[in-house]
Design a protein around this ligand. Structure first.
Ligand code: TMP
Length: 198
């Protein structure tokens, strides 16, 4: 099974994934925990480029989208597909839904660009996606408390409202796959919500 975790900044994805990972391991399952952008040494280098703040040169939106997919292609071929073929469960912190939410809904890129990339470079979609949803202020406060903000975290609240609306659109379009969790609750309660799907 391939499970992805989505949401705006600071909604508690990492904590939830860790709890689900431990839960599956305790059940004796073979589980791979990974993330996007990243998940392989080369894809992590692309991640560093994507998240770093460059005051001399603004990254254009198309570059951002293409770098996300360059990292994804590498991650899919090196980690996700081999793990699934070996019968393992893959828990992935973000996947293509993040590109829809951030690059299309957030940045305003045409969905046609995303569809083209998905059709050509993404041979496997998650079976199941948890969308951790919480008011933007809650997440931003948590992200700020973590320390220095990356290039995305420095965006304004209006950007994240659009991203959140993008995730809402996906949950309406794909109700069988994308499940909304109320991430304004405590980590334990969010985990309990997630467990009801297994
Ligand atoms: P993370 O901090 O949750 O690991 O994600 C890194 C950032 O990358 C986050 O701000 C969302 C962004 N992102 C996109 O904009 N598009 C994508 O396709 C992915 C995977 C992440």
């Amino acid at each position: 099974m391939f499970i992805s975790f989505e949401g705006t900044e600071g909604v508690g994805k990492t904590t939830l994934i860790r709890k689900i990972y431990d839960h599956f391991i305790a059940q004796g399952q073979d589980v791979v925990l990974t993330r996007e952008p990243g998940g392989t040494p080369m894809a992590e280098q692309i991640r560093a480029l994507l998240l770093s703040v460059n005051h001399e040169e603004k990254m254009c939106n198309d570059t951002e989208l293409l770098l996300m997919y360059a990292a994804r292609a590498q991650h899919l071929s090196q980690v996700i597909l081999p793990a699934l073929e070996a019968g393992k469960t893959v828990l992935c912190d973000r996947f293509t839904d993040a590109s829809f939410a951030y690059q299309c809904a957030g940045r305003g890129l045409s969905e046609d660009k995303l569809l083209l990339l998905n059709a050509n470079f993404v041979s496997r979609m998650p079976d199941f996606t948890f969308w951790l949803d919480a008011p933007i202020e809650i997440g931003m406060n948590r992200a700020r408390a973590r320390g220095e903000l990356d290039r995305f975290e420095q965006e304004k609240v209006t950007f994240f409202e659009k991203v959140r609306a993008g995730y809402e659109t996906l949950s309406v379009r794909h109700p069988e796959r994308v499940k909304r969790l109320d991430a304004s609750q405590s980590p334990e309660q969010v985990f309990e919500q997630a467990l009801t799907y297994f």
